[in-house]
Design a protein around this ligand. Sequence first.
Ligand code: FES
Length: 149
Amino acid sequence: MSNHLNSPQLYCDPQIFDQERQGLFAEQWIFAGMAHQLRQHNDFIRVDLLGRDVIIQNLRDKLVAFVNVCSHRHSIIHDAPSGNRSLTCPYHSWHYNAEGIPTGIPCKKAFPLVTANPEAYKLQSLELARLGTLSFCALILVSKPCQVF
Ligand code: FES
């Protein structure tokens, strides 16, 4: 017989937490940061969005959002929570442009597949929207503009 009370397990079960993250929030705009943190070229913030390590960066006044994983050997690109640093991986110094395409690759000749088709090695980008001083990210393409939420 049910007493209509939620089991305490519902509040601490990692599987239920993951279902809620994917089912409720993955298709929503999620607050990611404040615009004042991203005023200058190369300013960045690093945020955890539903367990994904995400960076939001100002690249010549364009705000971009990427999963914080390098296309080369999957190193994290920014390890600080915020700062001012180019979009360059610290491991082998691949540099990425505002589209997430690797444009600066040391020892280019060693990577003929990458230099022939750099777009195939883009960082994973995320939808990004700004409402006033607030920035929002979406992990997957959302059908409603951010203003509707
Ligand atoms: S792992 Fe990023 S440049 Fe090699």
